[in-house]
Design a protein around this ligand. Structure first.
Ligand code: ADP
Ligand code: MG
Length: 607
């Protein structure tokens, strides 16, 4: 028998390997752009023709290559980025495999111009199907240009497999976005079919996002910033109300490398849990920076997955970072509140003259809730300071003694019931208007109440101890078979929220007590409303179920438009709203309040 095994010639081996690395024009774009970033470029120009099919050209002003390297870079496993396996644990570059240029050169016609800053002349190399055609000294700019022509010219099967130019361009743009987002310190230009698509200067991360995705993003972003010894999470998340029906911009970067991660996606989505409906997608641009020794990126050349040593810790920090950011946003400078003494006095006089003596509060009695109202949380102090001192919202801190000589300091609570307290008005029995230093805010009373009740309900469910107000005469509710089963199913949670129910034979429930804050509601309507919501949203996890129940109850119990509120009630509502963890949105993501700046008014009045 003859020996049959042979080593494949390099150009054949390269071509096979290329199948792994270069699947479509976008893969080549990614590799070239990454090389330019690794070369320390401050400006990168990408020129593409026909979706990348006929030309992909990347020019950078990076460190360039020596004449030797200009040849060597096309060899397989030729890299300047690591020397031994240990280097991987300190990797700061995008590349390290030394495969990309070899692969690209195996399946395209590649032209390279490069010059190092200290050289007078550069070098030009022409290589086609792994074979060097030309190599010559040449006058050229410092940095590197690589032009890739006729991708897959020698692999017809691959060429046919390519999609339309517009689809290929879309993939190219995706790669371009990922790299440009990760490197706002580098200027980028993109030209497709002779038309300039992008010309983006160096800027901040926020500016970069706006340049790539449009002006509208500016107002949609909430900054995220969380630093621990172990990992830092920065970037932006989209405000809940801008969540889209279709998957929007969702980017994770680890050490400035774009990655995909269902696990981290879950961490972010969870932070939005009660802010956006499940059918809509928030956007995010999150940068995770971590010691390279804590990750393993060495999985596959084109895979964007990554392994964290301690993925649970990363999950927890990402989740907390996003949640905190969402809880804080919407605090615009116009939320500063400055009670002008003159205005306060005028307001007090006007109130005294116009308002009838206060009636005892009818149906809805917020103060009944004293029993299970948590002591004012740091957030309250934060909000009061906003009103009192102006400035941006302070980090929640334990109540600090207020400087007494500061005349503007009038804590919200201390002035309850005193004429001359913070001006609030109710508009059409629906909105509460409160003056702020540089404008005013309009609070939607129903939504505010919904948020308050939601957080309270959730806490009660978790504690398993609700307060119920006993019915004088137990009432009976007749339910359908399925509703009856559903009620029994969620009985423990209903109890925690203050329902005192017991089966009363057949499909009848006896209502012995109702949640305190809903004491005036008709129990049948309340329960039916709740069941309706439960049927709509089917959560399987316990936490989800709790949230759905708490949300459903909050929705059913919240005061409706048309409910006239007394001044203390309005104060109480606002107070409790700002004691919430997420004051600015209902559990389904609708805004609870809107702020208006004096600037807006001045502009409209053309002052
Ligand atoms: P890797 O990036 O994994 O090292 P590549 O095949 O992408 O492998 O590149 C091979 C080598 O060529 C790099 O390690 C680098 O030294 C050099 N190189 C590639 N592109 C550039 C560039 N734009 N500027 C300077 N050097 C480059
Ligand atoms: Mg590379």
């Amino acid at each position: 028998m003859a020996d049959l095994i042979r080593l494949l010639p390099d150009h054949v081996a390269n071509q096979i390997a290329a199948g792994e690395v270069v699947q479509r024009p976008a893969s080549a774009v990614k590799e070239l752009l990454e090389n330019s970033v690794d070369a320390g470029a401050t400006r990168i120009v990408l020129v593409v023709k026909d979706g990348g099919r006929s030309l992909i050209q990347v020019t950078d002003d990076g460190r360039g290559m020596s004449a030797m390297d200009a040849r060597a870079c096309f060899e397989r496993h030729a890299t300047s980025k690591i020397r031994e396996a240990d280097d991987l644990s300190a990797l700061r570059t995008k590349g390290f495999r030394g495969e990309a240029l070899a692969s690209i050169a195996a399946i395209a016609q590649v032209e390279l111009w490069t010059r190092e800053p200290e050289q007078e002349l550069g070098i030009r190399v022409l290589i086609e199907g792994s074979r060097v055609r030309t190599q010559e000294a040449m006058a050229t700019a410092v940095g590197t240009t690589i032009a890739v022509r006729n991708l897959f010219f020698n692999v017809p099967a691959r060429r046919q497999f390519l999609k339309s130019d517009s689809v290929e361009l879309k993939h190219v743009l995706d790669e371009f976005h990922r790299i440009a987002l990760a490197h706002p310190e580098i200027a980028f230009q993109l030209v497709h079919n002779e038309q300039e698509e992008y010309n983006i200067p160096v800027g901040s991360e926020r500016q970069r996002i706006v340049h790539l995705f449009g002006r509208k993003y500016d107002e949609r972003l909430v900054p995220v910033e969380e630093n621990t010894d172990f990992v830092s999470v920065t970037g932006f998340v989209g405000k809940p109300e801008f969540a889209k029906r279709s998957r929007g911009e969702q980017y994770f970067f680890v050490n400035r490398r774009f990655i995909r991660s269902n696990y981290l996606e879950h961490a972010v989505r969870k932070a939005y849990d009660e802010l956006v409906s499940r059918e809509s997608f928030p956007s995010w641009f999150l940068f995770i920076d971590i010691d390279p020794a804590q990750i393993d990126i060495n999985i596959h050349p084109t895979k964007t997955e990554i392994k964290f040593r301690d993925d649970r810790a990363v999950y927890a920090i990402v989740h907390a970072a996003v949640r905190r950011a969402l809880g804080r946003f919407n605090i615009v400078p116009s939320l500063d509140f400055e009670p002008e003494p003159a205005i306060l006095a005028a307001f007090a006089q006007q109130q005294a003259a116009t308002s009838p003596p206060r009636e005892p509060v009818p149906a809805w009695r917020p103060h009944d809730l004293g029993a299970f109202q948590a002591p004012p949380r740091p957030n309250v102090a934060g909000w009061q300071q906003l009103f009192d001192l102006g400035g941006t919202v302070p980090t929640p801190a334990p109540e600090a003694p207020r400087p007494t000589e500061e005349p503007r300091v009038i804590p919200w609570r201390e002035h309850e019931g005193i004429p001359g307290e913070r001006p609030v008005f109710q508009l059409h029995g629906t909105y509460i208007i409160a003056q702020l230093r540089s404008g005013f805010m309009v609070v939607d009373q129903q939504r505010a109440h919904e948020r308050i009740l939601y957080e309270r309900n959730l806490k009660l469910i978790q504690l398993g101890a609700g307060l119920s107000q006993a019915e004088l005469f137990p009432r009976h509710i007749e339910l359908s078979a399925s509703d009856f089963a559903l009620v029994q199913d969620v009985m423990p949670e209903l109890r925690s929220m203050g329902f005192d129910l017991e089966p009363f034979g057949g499909r009848t429930m006896q209502v012995n007590g109702m949640p305190a804050e809903a004491a005036e509601e008709d129990p049948t309507r309340l329960l039916e409303g709740l069941l309706e919501q439960l049927k709509h949203e089917r959560g399987t996890l316990r936490n989800e179920r709790h949230a759905i129940l708490a949300r459903g109850m909050a929705h059913s119990m919240a005061i409706r438009p048309g409910r006239v509120l007394s001044t203390p009630e309005m104060h109480d509502l606002i107070d409790r709203l700002f004691a919430c963890e997420m004051p600015y949105h209902t559990p389904t993501g609708k805004p609870t309040l809107i702020t208006y700046g004096l600037d807006d008014l001045n502009e409209r009045f053309e002052r």
